[in-house]
Design a binder for this molecule. Sequence first.
Ligand code: CO
Length: 211
Amino acid sequence: MIEIEQLLRANKAWAKDRLEKDPHFFSRLENLQSPKFLWIGCSDSRVPANEITGTQPGEIFVHRNVANMVIHTDMNMLTVLEYAVHHLQVEHIIVCGHYGCGGVEASLTQKSYGIINKWLRNIKDVHRLYAQEIDSTLDTKERNRRMVELNVKEQVLNLAKTSIVQKAWAERKGPHLHGWVYGLDNGLIKAINDVPPGFPLDPLYVYEDFQ
Ligand code: CO
C-alpha cells in the first residue's frame, strides 16, 4: 500500500527527472496550454487518460466522472466543455468508457446506492433506449459490456446535442467527437462511434441559434 508521503517523494523525483530530460519543460507549460483533445472519462483509477494514450502534460484537457457521463444539466461538465471548445479550441472530444465499469454495472441492477442513484438514473435511461437488445442478452458479462458501449455512444450524442458543440460546428467545423471503450483486461481502446462536425441529429435537438 502506498502511503501519502510516498506520493510527495515520488513527485519530487518526477519533477527532477523531467527537468533533467528537458530544462524548459515546466516553463513552457507554465506559459501555454493548447491541448488538441478533450477527454471525458470515468473516474476509475485504472483508466488514466495520459498513460493509456501515451500523452504528456499539456496534451489532453481532462474531465472525469462516474461512468463518463455527459448530462446536459451538469454545470461541471458544461463548464469544462465550454472552456475546451470555445477557449482552448480543441479539435477532438473523446468520451472514453471502460469494460468492467462499476457505475454501468450498478445501473443494470435494482440495488439502491443512495445519492448515487440519481447519477446512475441517466444510465438506466440509456438502457431503456436499447432495452430490446440489452434485455435479450442473457450472459451478464456480455450484457454489461454492451451497455458500456451503448452508454459511450449515447454520451457522444449528448455532446452533439449541446448548443456548445453545435455553435462550434457552425463557426469552425469542429470539434470531431469520438466514443471509445478501454479494456481493463488488455489495455486496448476500441472505437465505438465517430461523430464528425455537422453530423445529422434528430431535429428535436438541433438549435437554430446558440444562446
Ligand atoms: Co467506470
